[in-house]
Ligand binder design. Structure first.
Ligand SMILES: [Zn+2]
Length: 350
């Protein structure tokens, strides 16, 4: 049995390779404070006919007290797994927590969902490499309030550097390498928050929200690590928006030392009116009330729609705002599109 854990995302320490690639396709899913189970059903490919046949086998197994599925499963490890799943499934059916028809229907829907082009789904993971065929799973959550629930989950992995042909992550590096790299001026230093109105209007669609970002300013007191990075996206500060509160980028860069997040009120209308034609000049001259640097010198935060964020920040926001089950699944299949059978608007809780 394997293990996938949300702690990997929080700590940056990968789960052991053997637990990510167990001998049997069964994973304990550690969502943080709760454990659930994810497993490959005993049929391949997710075809509805196979699902129905497997469900019928589980039915027969339940009727015959476990003998028929074992007999039908064939020999070897694959047969063992098939029989084990059939027994587990039959037991769940007996307890009334996973009606067979509903499970078969859920799998059918998961397969159909997985067949849809990823671009059409607002909930799909950030676009990366080629989308690979979807893998059908069942996810079992045994406890209230999210359960008891058996959910069909289809994972469509993506190809990418350092991943296997199945889109799963490769072995973890032998040693941890310290992550700090001095940012380039104009690069996104951090994503501060998402726009509250966007979040309230479309709570599940984080890819449609706007985000407040602070651009990096050069800090001469920090040494350059010398590491060269390819394709670092940088942004121009652009024009300041009159009438909007702003965040001082110079103060924000020092926030861990000062605990000051650099928020400032808009320039008062009277001063704006007095500026005449040079509105930008007046906005840029407004001093930060925390550090007294003129706005134009210290820099200020920008609002960007999700699609304008560079891939690293898109991935970061996906980890912050996607369903918890997806965040955990991405530790094995990075950037995979995840679809749910049955009620696709409700990811299983982990
Ligand atoms: Zn400031």
């Amino acid at each position: 049995m394997g293990l996938l854990s949300r702690s990997e995302v929080e700590t940056g320490i990968p789960v052991c390779d053997a637990l990510k690639r167990p001998a049997r396709p069964v994973w304990l899913v550690h969502g943080g404070d709760h454990f659930t189970v994810l497993f490959r059903p005993w049929w391949g490919g997710g075809a509805a006919a196979d699902a129905r046949a497997a469900v019928a086998a589980a039915d027969a197994d339940a009727d015959a007290g476990g003998a028929s599925a074992t007999a039908a499963a064939g020999a070897g490890a694959a047969g063992d797994v098939k029989a084990a799943f059939a027994r587990i499934f039959a037991e769940l059916v007996k307890q009334g927590v996973a009606p067979n028809a509903a499970a078969a229907q859920a799998l059918q829907q998961a397969a159909a969902e997985a067949a849809k082009p990823a671009a059409k789904s607002a909930k799909a993971a950030p676009a990366g490499g080629a989308q690979l065929p979807a893998l059908p799973f069942l996810h079992w959550n045994g406890l209230p309030p999210g359960g008891p629930r058996m959910a069909a989950v289809a994972v469509a992995p993506r190809a990418g550097p350092g991943r296997g042909p199945d889109g799963a992550v490769g072995p973890a590096p032998a040693a941890h390498t310290p992550g700090y790299v001095k940012p380039v001026p104009g690069e996104i230093d951090s994503v501060v928050q998402s726009r509250k109105e966007d979040k309230a209007a479309r709570p599940d669609a984080y890819r449609t929200w706007r985000y407040e970002v602070v651009l990096a300013v050069d800090d001469p007191t920090v040494a350059d690590s010398g590491a060269k990075r390819a394709d670092v996206a940088t942004f121009a500060q652009g024009d300041a928006a009159p009438g909007e509160p702003w965040r001082c980028a110079a103060c924000y860069a020092q926030r861990f030392k000062t605990m000051c997040f650099g928020l400032n009120d808009p320039l008062p209308p009277a001063q704006l009116a007095a500026a005449g034609d040079d509105v930008q000049g007046a906005l840029r001259a407004q001093p930060c009330r925390h550090c007294a640097k003129p706005r134009g010198e210290g820099g200020w935060s920008l609002w960007m729609p999700f699609e304008r964020l560079p891939p690293p920040q898109q991935r970061q926001m996906a980890r912050r705002h996607a369903a918890k089950v997806e965040v955990v699944l991405w530790t094995k299949w990075p950037e995979a599109a995840v679809h749910y059978g049955g009620d696709n608007s409700k990811p299983p809780s982990v």
